[in-house]
Ligand binder design. Structure first.
Ligand code: GRF
Length: 208
């Protein structure tokens, strides 16, 4: 059984897709051991509660320094003894010691086709604003392992989504979630739980 911890900051629609995936059998052999939010008011915490999933909030605002916060965040993660950490819209910089400890055991969903529209400053609506401004006709989402860089780790899955005439950043964001994020994040977890994802250097190899 793959024990996962899901880290969130906001609405938690990706968390919901994972909860639904585990319930419906699209994600096999997986247990959501806990949900961690940096934001006490995140709706994602309600979703955890409604589904009987243990959760907690660890906010940088509650601690005097980044070092102390990083330590508390690590403690919270470790307390669930996860096999895999899933960053599902988590907006806080991950402590370097956590990246090291959970190398190839921490994944992130990013709302673009990496290496487009990723890296520092590309998060949330900004990604979709930049894509519309550039006039690309195809966008999408990426699930990747987390390394020391921003959105630079080995790519696990990607899915493309078409831009339509008259799209606003909000409309495009929603379509990318519905048609890509909520599909590939559960699928990536299922593949990992099934032992089908191997990291080879900068890449992953998926065996179906
Ligand atoms: C998603 O667009 C995700 O790709 C990004 O943050 C958003 C989180 O949305 N990193 P939600 O909290 O899962 O609804």
């Amino acid at each position: 059984m793959l024990k996962i911890v899901v880290m969130v900051s906001g609405g938690g629609t990706n968390l919901q897709a994972i909860i639904d995936g585990v319930r419906d059998g699209k994600i096999m052999n997986t247990q959501i051991a806990g949900v961690i939010s940096n934001n006490r008011n995140a709706y994602a915490l309600k979703r955890a509660e409604e589904n009987g999933i243990p959760s907690c909030c660890v906010s940088p605002k509650d601690y005097e320094s980044r070092e102390i916060f990083n330590g508390k965040l690590m403690e919270a993660v470790d307390s669930y003894e996860p096999d895999l950490i899933v960053l599902a819209g988590f907006l806080v910089v991950i402590p370097p010691e956590m990246i090291e400890k959970y190398r190839n055991r921490m994944i992130n969903i990013h709302p673009s086709l990496i290496p487009s529209f990723c890296g520092k400053g590309f998060y949330g609506l900004k990604v979709h604003e930049a894509a519309l401004e550039r006039g690309v006709k195809v966008v999408g989402a990426t699930v990747h392992f987390v390394d020391e860089g921003t959105d630079t780790g080995p790519i696990i899955l990607q899915k493309a989504v078409e831009v339509q005439q008259g799209d606003t950043p909000e409309v495009l964001q929603r379509r990318v979630m519905e048609q890509a994020e909520w599909i590939i994040l559960p699928r990536a977890i299922d593949l990992i739980a099934g032992g089908k994802v191997r990291v080879e250097g900068r890449k992953t190899v998926i065996s179906e």
